[in-house]
Write a protein that binds this ligand. Structure first.
Ligand code: SF4
Length: 453
């Protein structure tokens, strides 16, 4: 059954969508020596910082052009220019990433013109690259903001170049540990690559002797400018709209083939990545990855008795919902409800295909839902497990259902940045978490205990 939110619903309660500039800010944090500024009011930047700090547990600076009542009426050009001046004097960045807020978009602020004026007014200065991404949250969410920013970066920095033996990977919103896992996989194929945006160090760095205003790490301007010399691109999204896809842009402009892959959770999705890498690099899967795959298959068979037939509700952004539904089906569980705050029409045929492949009824697909709507759907439903972000906790507690936290934000548990869920290794770690949860439930519910002496 396919459900979309019945209109009119006057309020969104505990939204599944997060703010579009938040996605843009995560992407900008993956760029080396980059400082993000939100063109809007201070509260928006504070909200974004609060979520990112609670999830990544790192200091997160995001500037704001600090709209006032006057700015909201007469435009924020001067505020933005002052903000950029302050960022340059305080942070000396190589890149300034500007994300627009709902307010600046609503009043129709011409930010591109402000940037041109700023650059003309300061021709004597050695200015950083200034990248603009348009991110009104009423026309998108954190997921769209994340990809729009990647597209803005390649649109701004790439030009025609000779092709080299290299590929580019445009990642989805995954954890820093997942990014490290991806890099390990790529390195195993011993082939040149560019990964963007790489926030594995900037949002999960070590301790420092001296404070760095901009954390070290990230994809450099030089690397992004060389993206157009890649032979192929891999884009980890199958729900993405072509208009915001960096890979589709590079295909249209530079004729670089774009391979769109699911987030590699589960054997099938990871196999798809391996096949793509084998074709790009003209080699076969390295032995270390083949061994990881064999161990994962073994874990699937060991786990079967604990989890077979369990019914699951999945909540997340479109690509995450698809990959989790595919993984859940592989291990013999049933995705009964698949829900997202976005309006991903593409999810419908994709989830239907999974259901047909694994011979169970098509899950209830809830598009454009908030957690309040999902709670109503789950009430009276025979669900064994909810998989979602920390925002699903309230509902899980009320419905007395266990919750596995995955995605963004995870702010009521420790270690979100270290959470590994992708590739054969990550899938195994996610499977362990699910199986152990059900063993724990059996132990808790069994009056005589459930243990080895
Ligand atoms: S008003 Fe818009 S930009 Fe500001 S925090 Fe809310 S959703 Fe984000």
């Amino acid at each position: 059954m396919i459900k979309t939110k019945e209109l009119p619903k006057e309020v969104t309660v505990n939204s599944c969508n997060l703010c579009s500039p938040l996605g843009a800010s995560i992407a900008f944090k993956g760029i080396k020596n980059c400082m993000a500024i939100l063109h809007g009011s201070q509260g928006c930047a504070t909200y974004i910082r609060r979520y990112m700090i609670a999830h990544f547990r790192e200091p997160v600076d995001i500037a704001s052009s600090s709209f006032t009542e006057d700015t909201a009426v007469f435009g924020g050009g001067e505020k933005l220019k002052n903000g950029i001046d302050n960022i340059i004097s305080q942070y000396n960045p190589e890149v300034i990433g500007i994300a627009t807020s709902c307010l600046s978009e609503t009043i129709g602020d011409d930010v591109s013109r402000y940037i041109q004026e700023y650059q003309k007014e300061r021709t004597a200065m050695n200015l950083p690259e200034i990248i603009l991404t348009s991110t009104p949250s009423y026309n998108g969410n954190h997921e769209t903001g994340f990809f729009k920013t990647q597209r803005a970066l390649v649109e701004h920095l790439c030009s025609q170049q000779e092709k080299t033996e290299q590929f580019t990977a445009f990642i989805n919103i995954i954890s820093p540990e997942d990014i490290r896992q991806l890099k390990e996989i790529f390195q195993s194929f011993n082939y040149s690559y560019i990964l963007m945006p790489d926030f594995s160090d900037t949002l999960d760095g070590g301790s420092w002797k001296e404070f760095n205003k901009i954390p070290p790490g990230g994809t450099s301007v030089d690397e992004i400018s060389r993206v157009s010399s890649s032979k192929t691109n891999i884009e980890f999204s199958i729900c993405i709209n072509s208009k915001i896809s960096p890979g589709d842009y590079l295909f249209e402009r530079f004729n670089i083939p774009n391979i769109q892959l699911p987030i590699p959770i589960g054997i099938k999705a990871t196999d798809q990545l391996m096949t793509a890498l084998e074709e790009i690099t003209n080699t076969t899967i390295p032995i270390n990855l083949e061994n990881q795959r064999r161990r994962l298959i073994d874990a699937y068979s060991d786990a079967h008795k604990y989890i077979f037939g369990k019914k699951v509700a999945i909540i997340g952004h479109g690509d995450l919902v698809y990959s989790l539904a595919s993984f859940i089906s592989e291990v013999g569980m049933i995705p009964l409800i698949c829900s997202t705050g976005g309006t991903h029409e593409k999810l419908i045929p994709l989830l239907t295909q999974i259901a047909e492949e694994y011979h169970y009824p098509v899950p209830q697909i809830c598009l454009d839902y908030d957690h309040d709507d999902i709670e109503s759907e789950l009430e009276g439903n025979d669900i064994d497990l909810i998989i979602g972000s920390s925002k699903a906790y309230k509902m899980a507690k009320k419905l007395k259902k266990p919750l596995i936290r995955i995605g963004f934000p995870i702010h009521d548990r420790f270690g979100a940045a270290a959470k590994l869920t992708i590739g054969y290794q990550g899938t195994r770690s996610l499977l362990n978490e699910i199986v152990n949860l059900f063993i724990q439930i059996q132990q808790d519910e069994n009056p005589v205990g459930y243990t080895y002496q």
